[in-house]
Design a protein around this ligand. Structure first.
Ligand code: OGA
Ligand code: MN
Length: 216
C-alpha cells in the first residue's frame, strides 16, 4: 500500500491549536533522550522477566484476546519507578496545558508500555466510542531509537470514513502522537522489528452519585 509521507509536526507550545484544528498532532522531541533511555532500560528488564502480557480488546468482562485484531504485549504503568514517575509527570503537565487551552476537562491518565514483536500490528480502530467510554484524548510515545525504512510499524491516521490515510507516522524515539480518542481512526501496520511505545489515555470523570467513574 502506498502511504503518504508525514506532513507536519507540531511544537509542544502549539499542540492545543493543532489538536483543535485537525483532531491530531505529532510532536517530535516530546520525551527527552534521557527519559527514552530510562524507559528502554526498564522495558529491557520487563522483557527479560517476561512481565508483559498479550494485549486484548475491550475491558473487564468484555476483554478478549483476539490476535487477528491486535498482536502486541503490554504492561500498565503504576508509577513504581523513577522513569515512570517522570513520564506520568509529563502527562500531568500535558493534561493541565490541554485543559487550560481546550477546556476538555481531562480528569486523569492511564497508560501502558506496549511492545509489538516482529509481525505485530493493530488493525484500524477507534480508541473509544462516544458515550461508552471516558477516554477522550490518546497519546502514543515511541521508544525505538533508529527506525529504518522498511522496518514497518507505522501508525496510520484516517479521517472519518475516508479509506485513504491522512498521515503515516514512523514510530521513532522521542516522538509523540496525540489525538481525539473518539474521532480519529488509526492502525498500526505490521512491524518487522520489535516496536516499543508507551500508549495512554486521558479520561473525563462522568461520576454521578450512584456511580463512580472512572471505574476503579
Ligand atoms: C493503541 C494504538 C498506536 C501506536 O494502543 O490503541 O493505537 O502507534 N497504538 O502504537
Ligand atoms: Mn489505538
Amino acid at each position: 500500500m502506498q502511504q503518504p509521507l508525514l506532513k507536519s509536526t507540531t511544537a509542544y507550545s502549539a499542540l492545543p491549536e493543532t489538536l483543535g484544528q485537525q483532531g491530531w498532532a505529532i510532536c517530535d522531541g516530546f520525551l527527552s533522550n534521557a527519559l527514552v533511555e530510562a524507559l528502554n532500560l526498564e522495558l529491557d528488564r520487563l522483557q527479560d522477566r517476561q512481565q508483559l502480557n498479550p494485549a486484548g480488546v475491550g475491558r473487564d468482562t468484555s476483554f478478549q484476546l483476539n490476535q487477528s485484531i491486535r498482536r502486541d504485549t503490554t504492561l500498565w504503568l503504576d508509577g513504581g519507578t523513577l522513569a515512570q514517575r517522570q513520564l506520568l509527570d509529563a502527562m500531568e503537565q500535558l493534561r493541565l496545558f490541554i485543559n487550560q487551552t481546550l477546556f476538555m476537562g481531562l480528569f486523569d491518565f492511564e497508560g501502558h508500555f506496549a511492545v509489538y514483536p516482529p509481525n505485530g500490528f493493530y488493525q484500524k480502530h477507534l480508541d473509544s466510542f462516544r458515550g461508552q467510554s471516558n477516554r477522550m484524548l490518546s497519546v502514543v510515545m515511541y521508544l525505538n531509537r533508529e527506525w529504518q525504512p522498511g522496518d514497518g510499524g507505522e501508525l496510520v491516521i484516517y479521517r472519518d470514513d475516508d479509506p485513504l490515510p491522512v498521515e503515516c507516522v514512523i514510530p521513532q524515539a522521542g516522538r509523540a502522537v496525540i489525538f481525539l480518542s473518539e474521532e480519529i481512526p488509526h492502525e498500526v501496520l505490521a512491524t518487522r522489528v520489535s516496536r516499543r511505545s508507551v500508549a495512554g489515555w486521558f479520561r473525563v470523570n462522568n461520576s454521578r452519585p450512584d456511580r463512580i467513574d472512572p471505574a476503579l
